[in-house]
Design a protein around this ligand. Structure first.
Ligand code: ATP
Length: 264
C-alpha cells in the first residue's frame, strides 16, 4: 500500500520570492500551467520534465507554480512506488493517479522520474517488471489526455533525462523539458543567497555580492542554502545578534531554548 509513503495532496506554500534566480524556468512553468488552466477542455495537458542536478530547485519550482494557481500537489518519489510483489508497483501507480483525480485540480510531481520510466527492453529487467511499470505510466498519461474534464497536471524531475524511455517524450505525454542549471555566475548565486536568507535578520554589513563572489564556481541552491543555515546556527551558538533573533524568531525562540540553545 502506498498510503504511508506518498504524502497527501495539498496546496503547497512556496512563493516565487522563495526561489532565487531561475527567471526563465519560472516564466516557462507559469506560462505552461496558465495555458493548461485557461485553454479549456480541448487543450493538451502534456507533462513537463524539470531536468537538472540534485538540489538545483526543481521541487521548489514545481511547488511554487502549484501554490500560485492554488492547485493541490502530490509528490511521489519514483522508487517509493516500486514493490517486489508482482503487479503491486503498477497498482501503486494507478493509485497515485486515482488519488490525484480525487484531489483535482492537482499536480502529480514524480521525483526521480527515471527510476520508474527507464528505457524499456534493457538488460537486467528480470521478468520485465520495469517494462510493465513504464507501460502503465504511459497508459495513465494517455488516459488523462482523453479525459477532457481532467484537472490533473503532470510534472517530473530527473537528473538523468538520458535514461528515460523515449515513448515518454512523445507529444501529449511529456513534451516539454526545462533545463534547470545551478547558480554558476555571481549574480545567480547572489539571488539564491538573498532568497534563502529572506527570513533571517542579517547584520547591516552583510554583503551578499561578496559572499557570492567568494563561493566556489558552481554551487547548487541546496549548497547555498546550507551556507546560510550554517551561518545562522553559528550565530545562534555564539549568541551573536541576540536581539535580532529574539525579535524575529519570537515563538521559535522557545523551541530553540528547549533544544539547548541559550540566548541569555
Ligand atoms: P533533488 O534532485 O535532489 O530532488 P531539487 O532540484 O528538487 O533536488 P529542491 O528540493 O528544489 O532541489 O531544493 C533543495 C533545497 O535547496 C530547497 O529546499 C532550498 O532550500 C534550496 N534551493 C535550491 N534551489 C534554490 C533556489 N533557486 N532558490 C532558493 N533556494 C533553493
Amino acid at each position: 500500500c502506498i498510503a504511508s509513503s506518498v504524502g497527501s495532496a495539498k496546496v503547497p506554500a512556496v512563493s516565487w520570492e522563495d526561489i532565487g534566480g531561475l527567471e526563465d524556468s519560472k516564466r516557462i512553468l507559469q506560462e505552461s500551467l496558465a495555458a493548461c488552466l485557461k485553454g479549456g477542455k480541448r487543450t493538451k495537458r502534456s507533462g513537463i520534465i524539470l531536468f537538472g542536478p540534485p538540489g538545483c530547485g526543481k521541487t521548489l519550482l514545481a511547488k511554487a507554480v502549484a501554490t500560485q494557481y492554488k492547485i493541490a500537489f502530490l509528490s511521489v518519489k519514483g522508487p517509493e512506488l516500486l514493490n517486489k510483489y508482482v503487479g503491486q508497483s503498477e497498482e501503486n501507480l494507478r493509485n497515485v493517479f486515482e488519488r490525484a483525480r480525487e484531489a483535482s485540480p492537482c499536480v502529480i510531481f514524480f521525483d526521480e522520474l527515471d527510476s520508474i520510466a527507464p528505457n524499456r527492453g534493457r538488460h537486467g529487467d528480470s521478468g520485465g517488471v520495469m517494462d510493465r511499470i513504464v507501460s502503465q505510466l504511459l497508459s495513465e498519461l494517455d488516459d488523462l489526455q482523453s479525459q477532457e474534464e481532467s484537472q490533473v497536471f503532470i510534472m517530473g524531475a530527473t537528473n538523468r533525462a538520458d535514461l528515460l524511455d523515449q515513448a515518454l517524450l512523445s507529444p501529449g505525454r511529456f513534451d516539454k523539458i526545462i533545463n534547470i542549471s545551478p547558480g554558476q555566475d555571481v549574480d545567480s548565486k547572489k539571488k539564491i543567497l538573498q532568497a534563502v536568507s529572506r527570513s533571517v535578520q542579517l547584520a547591516g554589513d552583510v554583503d551578499m555580492e561578496e559572499v557570492a563572489t567568494s563561493c566556489p564556481p558552481v554551487m547548487s541552491g541546496a549548497e547555498l542554502y546550507s551556507i546560510v543555515s550554517n551561518a545562522t546556527m553559528a550565530a545562534i551558538r555564539e549568541q551573536r545578534f541576540l536581539e535580532d533573533f529574539v525579535t524575529s524568531l519570537d515563538s521559535t525562540t522557545l523551541d530553540l531554548r528547549g533544544n539547548g540553545c541559550r540566548f541569555v
